[in-house]
Write a protein that binds this ligand. Structure first.
Ligand code: GDP
Ligand code: ZN
Length: 314
């Protein structure tokens, strides 16, 4: 008999599955070769995947007699990590993500806009909805006010939702918790922004288990990397991505980049030429929008930076 379940953990050839939204984990293995068409990924089955599986005579799977994964259902989306800039090999970090939370802060380590924009582009490329989490709000004194307003206006006008949080004093934690309820949520951000602290604030019982996933697992040459889905006591599921290295690397052609800056995509409908790189072309509506302030200089500058870098990794 065939069943379906979701992958919550993946280590080597072993998987833990559950039937979401329940949380009754059982072991599974991959037998034979499941190949996804056109996929060059090192892991055909990833955390968040819905898989079909079979069990021995319909028994409840055990570690001695695990379920056997027989197929992977089509993904709504996924995010990947490349082993190196040059590598064609991809590792799927997670699939079927309802929301990616990119944690950043105006305090230390201060958010670098071109880097954030690269991550946002990656999420757009992979069709993953994004919310920006601006953490360490408790540290934003009056001297941060202008900076915070600028940050908010840049990203809100680009169409992104921002949740201001403090893992230290609890600001925004309820909002974040509500947003996570009933969904599969991916948390990402550079080290030190307070990702672990936020997850701990969302659900204190998760602290220890999160500590188990260390960056050491990411260093190996072979793909021993594992990611894991956790259940929040208050509802919803989270996938923590240790480190963000490589997350922002996508190969895009020059004329493709602007498609993933939502505000530029919208403005470009009125460009005189198609395709338009929004650099030197006359009658460019994107440049006009930058000049009149509808598109922020910062986002446009990130765009130009990405344009300069295309081809570098190919
Ligand atoms: P991660 O590397 O992103 O998981 O960051 P951690 O959660 O380990 O936090 C890095 C440092 O920032 C630690 O010293 C935390 O105590 C501190 N931190 C995290 N969130 C906040 C916050 O909202 N406010 C303040 N003041 N410090 C925070
Ligand atoms: Zn243009």
């Amino acid at each position: 008999m065939k069943h379906q379940a979701t992958v919550v953990k993946h280590t080597g050839s072993h998987y833990l599955l559950t039937e979401l939204p329940g949380w009754d984990l059982f072991p599974a293995v991959l037998r034979g070769r499941i190949r996804l068409k056109g996929s060059s990924s090192t892991n055909p089955v990833a955390v968040g995947d819905t898989v079909t599986y079979e069990t021995e005579d319909g028994h409840k799977p055990t570690f001695e007699e695990p379920a056997v994964i027989t197929g992977v259902l089509p993904r709504n989306n996924y995010v990947i990590r490349k082993s190196t800039n040059l590598s064609r090999q991809e590792h799927i970090i997670a699939a079927n993500i309802d929301m990616a939370y990119i944690v950043a802060t105006l305090d230390f380590p201060e958010v670098k806009l071109p880097f954030l924009d690269r991550i946002l582009v990656t999420c757009e490329v992979y069709n993953v909805p994004v919310t920006i989490v601006l953490n360490k709000m408790d540290l934003y004194g009056p001297e941060y006010k202008a900076m915070e307003n600028t940050f908010r206006s840049i990203y809100e006008s680009a169409g992104y939702h921002i949740i201001g949080t403090s893992a230290a004093d609890g600001t925004g934690i309820d909002e974040l918790r509500k947003a996570c309820d009933g969904k599969i949520n991916l948390f990402s951000g550079v080290s030190g922004v307070g990702k672990s602290s936020l997850i701990k604030a969302l659900d204190p019982s998760l602290e220890l288990r999160i500590g188990e996933i260390s960056d050491a697992h990411l260093q190996g040459k072979h793909t021993t990397t594992f990611y894991q889905m956790y259940r929040l006591a208050t509802g919803g599921f989270i996938i923590d991505t240790p480190g963000i290295r490589g997350f922002g690397l996508v190969d895009l052609k020059d004329e493709e980049i602007a498609l993933y800056f939502p505000e530029m995509l919208k403005a470009s409908e009125n460009c005189r030429f198609t395709p338009c790189t929004h650099t030197h072309e006359p009658g460019c509506a994107v440049k006009a929008a930058v000049e009149n302030g509808e598109i922020s200089c910062e986002r446009y500058s990130s765009y130009l930076g990405m344009l300069e870098e295309t081809g570098k990794y190919r």
